[in-house]
Write a protein that binds this ligand. Structure first.
Ligand code: PEP
Length: 256
């Protein structure tokens, strides 16, 4: 069986000025040192990306964006294009986060355009999928996750697919303090890996990292990260403070 390198990504959302973000990343880099056992990515807001990128020079921590437009340039006021991210050495981009889906009405089709564009521009997409509380209670969790995954990955080739990261984020667990049980999370992660096997191949599915996101913190990380199909975490609240972010990285190192 392939062993997948665990990945811990911090989604800072609309938090931190550029100066605050640089201070946080400097504390984080000091706390985790130059380790290579786990891949670590920080996703600050756009205004802090370049400064944080400079702060990461010489470290093993990578830079990600929280969103992007699929086009390379043009009349899209307020948007950021993939080549702009590449120019400041971003390597990852979060796409289809539930906050983008719900507050900004992003459709699976638009998210799919972004996924294809990220891949074309050598950015690694972190595609977020997950059900709402009503959908879970209505018994449609797997159907929702299937639709979002299949539509989000339409047109992605086998060769490209291995490099994609998927984040399973139950919407009811994001920022609520309600974490999915390890059984709930593992069930959906295994389901996603099965889907990837059908869409691509078993070999590809075994390479794709599937992260859990939704109130993951140092206190619950070890149990989640010990699950067979949980390859890391997409972390919101607990990534806003260097100590808890570093503790999550250490939990992933211990679980590798
Ligand atoms: C997120 O926004 O991707 C997230 C998982 O947030 P939190 O960890 O705060 O639930």
């Amino acid at each position: 069986m392939i062993s997948r390198k665990k990945l811990i990504a911090g989604n800072w959302k609309m938090n931190k000025t550029s100066a605050d973000a640089v201070a946080l990343v400097s504390d984080l880099v000091a706390a985790i040192g130059k380790q290579n056992d786990v891949e670590v990515v920080v996703c600050p807001p756009f205004t802090a990306l370049e400064a944080v990128g400079k702060g990461l020079e010489g470290s093993t921590v990578k830079l990600g964006a929280q969103n992007m437009h699929p086009d390379a340039s043009g009349a899209f006021t307020g948007e950021i294009a993939p080549p702009m991210l590449r120019a400041i050495f971003a390597t990852h981009v979060i796409l289809g986060h539930s906050e983008r889906r719900s507050y900004f009405a992003e459709s699976d089709e638009f998210i799919n355009q972004k996924v294809l564009s990220a891949l074309k521009n050598q950015l690694r997409p972190i595609l977020c999928v997950g059900e709402t509380l009503a959908e879970r209670e209505g018994g449609s969790t797997l159907k929702v996750v299937q639709t979002q995954t299949e539509r989000g990955l339409e047109g992605v080739s086998k060769e490209q697919a291995a490099g994609i990261v998927i984040a399973y984020e139950p919407v009811w667990a994001i920022g609520t303090g309600k974490v999915a049980t390890t059984e709930q999370a593992q069930e959906v992660h295994a389901f996603i890996r099965g889907l990837l096997t059908k869409l691509f191949t078993e070999a590809v599915a075994q390479k794709v990292r599937i992260l859990y996101g939704g109130s993951m913190k140092p206190a619950n990380a070890a149990e989640l990260l010990a699950q067979k199909d949980i390859d890391g975490g997409l972390i919101g609240g607990a990534s806003l403070e260097a100590r808890s972010f570093a503790d999550l990285v250490n939990a992933a190192i211990a679980a590798k």
